[in-house]
Each structure stands twice: as C-alpha cells, then as structure tokens.
Design a protein around this ligand. Structure first.
Ligand code: ATP
Ligand code: MG
Length: 285
C-alpha cells in the first residue's frame, strides 16, 4: 500500500504540520490513513489531540523489543490512525541509532508490515535533513514530499532536491529523485521576497512542484489548540491550499476503499488486533 514520506533538507519548514493535516484531508477524501511519527521530537501526536503527558510510542519502544506496531496504534477523533514516536532521551536516541546501523530491519520489518495492510495509506513524518529513517523508507516510498519554505535559502536547496541527494548518494540518489515532489510552505503573498523565492523555486522545479501553502496565523493557531486545520479554520486560504495538495496526492493513490469493488475476505493473523479496534485518543475535536 502507498507510503508518502514528508522530509526536508532544512528543519522547521512545516513537515509535521503538513503530515498531520494532509493525513486528515486524505481521510476526508475517503482514504484510510495511518500517520507515523519517525522524528524523536514526538510532535505529530500534538496535532491529533494526544496529551503532552502521554509519552508512549512506537519508535521509542523498538529497543525494548516493542516491534508490535499495532500495540501503539491510536484511533484519533479525525479518523486518522496514529503511531506516535514516543519520548526519547539522548541515551535512547544514540542506542537506537546504533541498533538501526547494525540492523535496519528493526524499523524496516514493522514498516513493511504496515505497508502490507490492505487499503491503508501510510504517511511518515521524518526528522529534518538526512536520517536513518529516511534512508530506509525512501526506497519503499510511493512519493517523498520535500517541504521547502518560501524564503531565499530554498533557492540554494533546489540542487539537493533535483539530484535527490538528501535521499541517498550516487546512483541511489538519482533513482530516488524521480519520486520526489515539493510542497512550498509559508508563502506570504504580501512579501516581495517570499513571492520572489517561491517563484524562483517553482521555475526551477517545474512539474516536481506539487503545490504551495500560504503563511497564515490559523495554521500555527490550530496546533496551539491541538486541532487540525480543516476543523479549526476550514474557510481559510491555508485550508483551501491544503485541500488542493491533498487532492493532487489522492489522484496519485489507488482510489479510496469505498470506490473499489469488494475485496476478498482478508486473512487476519490470530494475534493481530484489527485496526478498527485500536485504542482511541481522548480529545474533543
Ligand atoms: N503555513 C504556515 N503558516 C504559519 N505557520 C506555520 C505554517 N506551517 C507551519 N507553521 C508553523 O511553523 C512551525 C514549524 O512547523 P513544523 O513543526 O510543522 O515544522 P517541521 O518541518 O516539522 O519542523 P522540524 O524540522 O523541527 O521537524 C510550527 O509552529 C507551525 O505551527
Ligand atoms: Mg517536524
């Protein structure tokens, strides 16, 4: 099943915001969506109303033998399934990096299990820059969405995007570059520099530009309220940008389940709890 990764050469550009809100928008378009947090900042959960004090998660449990990702699944009020990263201190992060170096399957095996789930679109939020998780997931991905800000430095990052260099090296980078698309976030039409930067990036990237999202207070506010943008400010310009990006991603995916003919009865392993019976997040929308 499809995997869409959100990555960027530079940090703080809106990856987590887009992962959460595009997951919600795709769910509203009829897709069944799982959002996976692979960044130790453990912030994706906050967009879905998971309390700050709830620190458990999938990646932080990998070293404790917690390879059963289903045990960490949350059914969020939006309908999106969520796998929080889990809180991790420096020691944990270093140990996990060393373990993944020795055995990439520690993360690779559960990720492939998720991708084997029928009719599930998996969205992965990655840390900024190159990472073990990105190196592992990019070859499995249907699409890698590189997020750039509409600012001057983004023009300097265009060669990283065009070559696929931040996804791999040498021939591997060239192979993976084909699945890279860009969303330009934080476009401020009132700012000459923001507009000029956005236009320069769009001109260079051509068809690889998937869409743009305007800079708007409502986006940051929705996180402050732990709500999704389409709930918090459905009439905003950012919300309409978001829906357009989600529509383009949806068009590249297999049609939502409801639109497909009935599938044969799935074979469920006895120990795996069905995804529909996962614990819910206690939050109001
Ligand atoms: N379009 C936007 N308009 C206004 N604020 C935005 C917009 N997109 C993101 N933000 C705000 O920018 C900040 C950074 O966003 P976010 O955490 O999604 O970036 P990130 O790329 O995931 O960061 P990191 O690299 O640290 O993981 C957040 O406070 C978010 O609310
Ligand atoms: Mg992030």
């Amino acid at each position: 099943m499809p995997l869409i990764c959100f990555a960027s050469p530079k940090g703080g550009v809106g990856k987590t915001t887009l992962t959460a809100n595009i997951a919600d928008a795709l769910q509203r378009l009829g897709h069944r969506v799982l959002a996976v947090d692979l960044d130790a900042q453990n912030a994706l959960r906050l967009h879905f109303g998971v309390p700050l004090t709830d620190r458990s998660g999938f990646v932080s449990d990998l070293l404790q033998g917690g390879s059963d990702w289903r045990a960490h699944l949350r059914q969020t009020p939006s309908g999106v399934l969520l796998l929080p990263h889990g809180a991790m201190d420096l020691r944990g992060a270093l140990d996990l990096a060393a373990a993944l170096d020795r055995d990439p399957e520690l993360l690779g095996a559960p990720m492939r299990e998720m991708l084997a789930e029928p009719n599930l679109v998996v969205l992965a939020d990655l840390p900024p820059g190159p990472s073990q998780a990105l190196a592992l997931l990019a070859p499995l991905a249907t699409m890698v969405i590189g997020v750039l800000q509409a600012e001057a430095i983004s023009a300097a990052l265009v060669p990283e995007i065009e070559s696929g260099r931040f996804l791999g090296t040498g021939t591997m980078a060239a192979l993976l570059a084909g699945r890279l698309r860009v969303v330009l976030n934080g476009v401020d039409l009132a700012s000459r520099l923001s507009r000029a930067s956005a236009e320069a990036v769009a001109r260079h990237l051509g068809y690889r530009m998937l869409g743009a999202m305007s800079r708007e207070e409502t986006v940051a506010e929705s996180l402050a309220c732990q709500r999704l943008l389409l709930d918090h400010a459905p009439e905003s310009r950012a919300a309409s940008d978001l829906k357009e990006v989600a529509r383009l991603i949806s068009a590249a995916l297999p049609p939502p389940v409801a639109a497909t003919p009935p599938a044969p009865e799935p074979v469920v392993s006895p120990e795996a709890a069905p995804l529909s019976q996962q614990p819910t997040v206690e939050a109001s929308r």
